[in-house]
Design a protein around this ligand. Sequence first.
Ligand code: HSE
Length: 382
Amino acid sequence: MSLPLQVGLVGWRGMVGSVLMQRMSAERDFDAIETTFFSTSSAGIAAPKIDGCTVFNPILKDGNDLTALKAMDVIITCQGGDYTKAVYAPLRAAGWNGHWIDASKILRMQDDSIIILDPINMPVIQTALSKGVKDWIGGNCTVSCMLMGVGALFKAGLVEWMQTSTYQAASGGGAPNMRELLTQYGSLYAEVKDLLDDPASAILEIDRKVTAKQRGFTPQETQHFRGVPLGGNLIPWIDSDRGDGVSLEEWKGGAETNKIMGWGKQFGHAEVPIDSTCVRVGSMRCHSQSLTFKLKKDVPLADIEAMIANDNEWVKFVPNEREATEKNLTAMNVAGTMDIPVGRVRKLAMGPQYLGAFTIGDQLLWGAAEPLRRMLRIIQAR
Ligand code: HSE
């Protein structure tokens, strides 16, 4: 039997890192590895107590200490892009040849990295492993959640193109953004509480006061969404402006979906065109998407439904009916679960090759933490 892998964890305290720790505990991932916790700010103090994890190193190591990092077979980082930028290249330059599993986007589109989402692209991962690839990068949350839902159509080569309109949760911006959203909701409520308590009050007066309050939020109250209130509002731009009319989040929809599928120049395979309009809405941690497909041929709806429903164990197919949709196809329902409901599946008026669907995923679980821990398992199983 081979020795347990030495696994270094960096960024385990943040939001994605904490979800990763919960998942690793729940799946008993710590049982078969020797874990070292790293920190960029508090090296030298006691390592955290994580359920099910007997630490190999009882003291937090310095996340910038290349010698300590080099002792790891696998490093999993949720520390963010700045850490990857600072540490990855020097570590490789120092001769480290271990597996780098990263939640940040920095290395995602490098030719020698693979975007990991194994229920969808296990063949791509296995081929890369056999070629000696060592950089495994978690995908953009929106893309990963979408593919977990409707990956079957891509796997079957049925998609001529796809367009998605997203409804992305505050958590995608980070923990402070979630707090900001809730604080704004609270302020808006407080502004009109007296009027709400009075059944005779006029709704247009309530609405006027809410709008005035939103417009009057201070820079401090709206700092995490770049000065724009999200509470009772929506923001149809996510991530940076590429200057070509497409936000970075929208660009990722096409670039990353194709890379996950093993399509594009890197793989010598034609890409499927994907367009996105990415919108931030006031939900907490689940990204939802309304999808439009043009399929390469007219496939009976029942066959499409069966393909989607049977693609992986996390898809929960929701019949395209009012009750089932209201009950099962909401962001609140999915929060904190591994479920990926897919519903509103129907042929569109545009013609029999056009398909509509709606899907939701927890952007911290399938959208961020889960593919990372599963990649560790895949490396272990080799
Ligand atoms: N970019 C995503 C968002 C989160 O802002 O919702 C990370 O993939």
